[in-house]
Design a protein around this ligand. Structure first.
Ligand code: TMP
Length: 200
């Protein structure tokens, strides 16, 4: 049976590499798999991503970012994720609604009630089957982001912001033990991948 799998974590934690490694593994054992990302994944959602990622830090407030992320997510779920799952394909997504609860809900102070309402109104109970949270020290993730060169609106925010992000994901994992698995992202790439396959 096909599954919807998401990867979450702070900046520079290696999500995109692990998304691809897991997709290759699943294809090798005979599954059809699509990989995608948020915000984005469909044409409309990628347009909204451009609005979110680029520009001044103060361009949007937290609630506006929740709305923009869920507008993109609705397009993505309805036009890509659900149709793929219905065709029997596995879907692996780099970030999903947990990022909204952490970035906007916690780090930007919107709170979870507002997000719960928008989420329920836009996609009901639709949720990932499994979520891998790639966890690492804030200092390490900032070093990785800084050495990456290109930055986005969120990368520019301070250490305290990134500490809130890390704590936020760990809290989500604690509150959703059936769905979420925390992985130590400081291990080498192969070891992280093996642990993901083992916990799937
Ligand atoms: P990424 O592609 O490097 O993961 O960057 C996407 C950025 O968007 C990242 O800094 C996290 C942020 N983001 C939110 O703030 N809210 C969301 O709901 C999502 C999906 C991403």
């Amino acid at each position: 049976m096909s599954k919807f799998i998401t990867f979450e974590g702070g900046e520079g934690c290696g999500k995109s590499t692990q998304v691809e490694l897991l997709a290759e593994h699943l294809r090798r054992i005979g599954h059809r798999v699509i990989t995608t990302r948020e915000p984005g994944g469909t044409e409309g959602a990628e347009e909204i991503r451009e609005l979110l990622i680029h520009g001044d830090k103060e361009k949007w407030d937290g609630k506006q970012e929740v709305l923009l992320n869920f507008a993109a997510r609705m397009d993505h779920v309805n036009n890509l994720i659900k149709p793929a799952l219905e065709r029997g394909e596995w879907v692996i997504c780099d970030r999903f609604f947990d990022s909204t609860y952490v970035y906007q809900g916690i780090a930007q102070g919107v709170g979870s009630e507002y997000i719960d309402i928008i989420r329920e109104a836009s996609m009901g109970g639709f949720a990932p089957d499994k979520t891998f949270i790639l966890d690492m020290e804030v200092k390490e993730s900032l070093d990785r982001v800084n050495s990456r060169g290109e930055q986005n609106r969120y990368d520019e925010m301070d250490v305290e912001f990134h500490q809130k992000i890390r704590a936020g994901f760990l809290k989500i994992a604690q509150d959703n033990p059936e769905r979420c698995v925390v992985i130590n992202a400081l291990q080498d790439i192969k070891k992280v991948h093996e642990e993901i396959v083992e916990k799937l």
